[in-house]
Design a protein around this ligand. Structure first.
Ligand SMILES: O=C(O)CCC(=O)C(=O)O
Ligand SMILES: [Fe+2]
Length: 353
């Protein structure tokens, strides 16, 4: 591992002059990070459309507009499990600043300051990692963004902590709105998800990922196949390139997030709560065609750690037997041998079939 890290580090130290720097949160358009060289056939995915949901219409006072938006959301949740959210409440300038701050944090010359957050023990509250091998090529930092008492022991530099706090505050408002809309779609009162997950004390982990350009990667894969735990995952990126999602129908599709949109992915615990009606989905990052580095900011918005999550009785009957066992969110984060801050999926331990 040390060897791998050293070789990556020595390269990252001088990668700035060697490749075209990615614009920080520019007007991202399809293929922005992609090089024009020959595309590899491995990890091919298609460009099928991904549903777009208008956040402002989900909250509209015009009941007809609202019910159309809710119907589209229901379709996206059931048939896809992911969608682009547009017309949300985070300002463009705020996002630019977040990406600038995260990019500065990953300055290759200050890597030793980040290294202190490498894995130490089971009570770690902050996690840094750098991997460059044929299974993963990524530098990342994971911090607890909520609740406040947990976040207090999960702070990197002062400037990044401020960015995390502000960003999460804004994103939580959007997630709360989504929780209401999803609750309504499921046939409950609008506070249903909030209560079922105790979102007020929800455990949110923010993962900041930096993927090197293909010239610096040790293989094609930025991040291997996985699903994510929690209610929903919010994802923003500075440039397009490399995120692929496996649809419920078994097709890999490329994600091209429209400028200023947020990619919303449903998490494992919404799947458990709804007994599989709304499913999480496998996704991965492929870097082999990326000409420039890419940064993604990914927040896993989870239930509170002590909340016991089990399929709701409304989704279980003779035709739909219970498909998942119940456990607390904390237990599920630890079920695969991980610890809370790793926010690893353990759906394979929780699924009954
Ligand atoms: O960087 C990306 O696009 C995806 C990252 C991701 O899936 C994760 O951090 O869980
Ligand atoms: Fe993920």
């Amino acid at each position: 591992m040390a060897e791998i890290m050293t070789s990556f580090v020595s390269k990252t130290h001088n990668f700035q002059p060697e490749f075209e720097a990615a614009p920080i949160y520019s007007n991202a358009s399809p293929n922005e990070a992609l090089g024009d060289h020959h595309r590899s056939d491995a990890y091919l995915a298609c460009d099928d459309e991904i549903p777009t949901i208008d956040y402002s219409l989900l909250l509209s006072h015009d009941s007809e507009q609202r019910s159309i938006a809710l119907e589209l959301l229901g379709h996206a949740c059931e048939e896809y499990g992911f969608f682009y959210l547009v017309n949300h409440t985070i300002q463009d300038d705020a996002l630019k600043n977040v990406f600038k701050g995260v990019s500065n944090y990953f300055d290759p010359t200050t890597i030793d300051e980040r290294r202190i957050y490498s894995k130490k023990g089971s009570s770690d509250k902050i996690r840094w990692g750098l991997t460059a091998n044929d299974g993963e090529n990524r530098e990342y930092l994971k911090v607890i963004a909520h609740p406040q008492d947990e976040a207090a022991s999960s702070k990197p530099t002062i400037s990044l902590s401020k960015i995390v706090e502000e960003y999460n505050k804004e994103m939580r408002k959007i997630v709360a709105g989504l929780a209401k809309a999803v609750s309504t779609n499921l046939g409950f009162d609008e506070n249903y998800i909030e209560n079922a997950f105790n979102m007020n004390s929800g455990f949110d982990v923010m993962a900041m990922n930096l993927y090197p350009p293909n010239t610096k990667a040790k293989g094609a894969v930025g991040l291997p196949n996985h699903t994510d735990p929690g209610f929903v995952v919010t994802l923003m990126q500075d440039v397009n390139g490399g995120l692929q999602i496996l649809t419920h129908k078994g097709k890999w599709i490329n994600v091209y997030i429209p400028h200023h949109a947020i990619l919303i992915q449903l998490g494992d615990h919404l799947e458990i709560l709804t007994n599989g009606k709304y499913k999480s989905h496998v996704h991965r990052v492929i870097v082999n065609n990326n000409k420039v580095q890419r940064i993604s900011i990914v927040t896993l918005h989870g239930p509170s750690l002590d909340k016991f999550i089990v399929p709701a009785t409304e989704f279980v009957d003779d035709e739909n037997p219970q498909n998942y066992i119940g456990m607390t969110y904390k237990e599920s984060l630890e079920a695969n041998g991980g610890i809370e801050i790793d926010v690893q999926s353990s759906l394979d331990q929780i699924k009954l079939v």
